[in-house]
Design a protein around this ligand. Structure first.
Ligand SMILES: Cc1cc2nc3c(=O)[nH]c(=O)nc-3n(C[C@H](O)[C@H](O)[C@H](O)COP(=O)(O)OP(=O)(O)OC[C@H]3O[C@@H](n4cnc5c(N)ncnc54)[C@H](O)[C@@H]3O)c2cc1C
Length: 361
């Protein structure tokens, strides 16, 4: 009889749960994915995979390794990743130089382009910036389709899925977590992974562990499809922008979306949408642009803004983070490896700043 791998319950079917479930099942675990069917961060994401935004040098390194993990995963599975590169000019003057120099010092491939080169790269952006940073190695991914592909990959390899089930707590035996309690009964397993996005804090509390989270709502605007006009991801003083495969344009309502720390999205949706459209039109003035969809979602952001990844207590791991698209492939790979084989030199070094015990009182 074939060896049976350990059983694992993955709570959450967003990008993090899907990526972990895929990696775990492929590594020989017997995975069950449980989710409550709620609309989630992954479905509303901008989908930008980058290391140009980061909090510090360790976070930069993690994100840079995250890009490599997407490259690896994209070779194993047919994923909708576009390695299209980013053009960034959200800073000007000395701040622009500082951003460039800091990224170069970290070893990131950065090219500075002038207005003429920019115009050749993005001919539809009128008024090209005098200078922009070009990160050729960055990408975007259709986060919904990628999550679907990862879930399908896990299911095809033998995983099972339980949908529409709210997980209310964990089951303990002695010092060990041995399962979960859902609204429709218990499930038992050798390991449990909390990958529940904004729901992770409450589940950690049920397991007697702290994961303080901050409130970070975000609005994402999508236009009606237009003809292909953009090639790159644009990060400008007017906001972040990219064109999806169907021709629609995607722009977060917050200008500095990645660094946005607002706890509310305001109270006038028509006005917010109009402001986003004004910014969009200042980049692409001559196009028939109309907004079609405005989506509200909550970003899963731990209190210090950094990812939370690793063992919580015997039988329990957690993976919760913003920039979960950038880090999705790596988080799944690493958490699966640590759950099944333990901490390696590589994961120990990369993930040391992100362990959940930093929130212990
Ligand atoms: C508007 C917006 C733009 C973003 N842009 C980017 C970007 O460009 N690049 C980037 O890297 N990141 C971006 N992010 C962040 C990124 O999308 C998230 O970090 C990532 O999607 C989180 O994935 P997740 O799987 O952890 O959580 P989610 O996608 O929220 O999934 C959580 C899962 O847990 C389930 N769940 C929760 N609680 C329970 C419970 N008690 N019982 C059962 N199931 C439960 C939910 O049903 C769901 O399946 C953005 C986020 C937002 C909102």
């Amino acid at each position: 009889m074939a060896d049976l791998g350990p059983s694992v319950l993955v709570i959450g079917a967003g990008i993090i749960g899907a990526s972990a479930a895929y990696a775990l099942q492929k590594a020989g675990a017997r995975v069950k994915i449980i989710d409550d069917g709620a609309e989630v961060a992954t479905a509303a994401s901008f989908g930008w995979i980058n290391a140009s935004f980061h909090h510090d040098a360790a976070h930069f390194r993690l994100r840079a390794v995250g890009l490599e993990a997407w490259d690896r995963l994209g070779r194993a599975l047919e994923l909708p990743i576009a390695w299209q590169g980013t053009l960034c000019w959200e800073e000007t003057g000395a701040a622009f130089d500082a951003q460039r120099d800091q990224l170069v010092a970290l070893g990131y491939a950065v090219e500075e382009v002038d207005a003429a080169t920019f115009a050749a790269l993005e001919p539809h952006v009128t008024d090209p910036p005098a200078r922009a940073l070009y990160f050729k190695q960055e990408a975007s991914v259709d986060s919904i389709a990628a999550t679907r592909t990862l879930l399908d990959g896990a299911l095809a390899a033998g995983a099972q899925r339980l949908r529409g089930l709210r997980v209310e707590g964990v089951v303990e035996q002695g010092d060990r977590i041995t399962g979960i309690r859902t609204q429709a009964g218990l499930l038992h397993a050798d390991h449990v992974l909390i990958a529940a996005g904004t729901g992770s804090g409450a589940l950690m509390a049920q397991a007697g562990a702290a994961l303080p989270m901050v409130r970070r709502p975000a609005l994402m605007l999508r236009t009606r499809p237009i003809r292909p006009v953009l090639t790159h991801i644009l990060v400008s003083e007017f906001g972040e922008l990219r064109q999806l495969a169907d021709g629609s344009l995607l722009m977060p309502a917050a200008v500095d979306h990645q660094g946005d720390t607002a706890e509310s999205v305001g109270d006038d949706l028509e006005r917010t949408a109009a402001q986003v459209m004004t910014r969009l039109r200042s980049l692409l003035p001559d196009l028939p642009l109309e907004w079609e969809e405005l989506t509200l979602a909550h970003r899963p952001v731990p209190q210090d803004g950094l990812p939370v990844l690793g063992a919580v207590r015997a039988g329990l791991h957690v993976a919760c983070m913003h920039s979960g698209i950038t880090l999705g492939a790596l988080a799944g790979e690493m958490v699966a490896q640590e759950m099944l084989e333990g901490v390696s030199n590589r994961s120990g070094a990369l993930l040391a700043p992100y362990r959940p015990e930093r929130f212990k009182e």
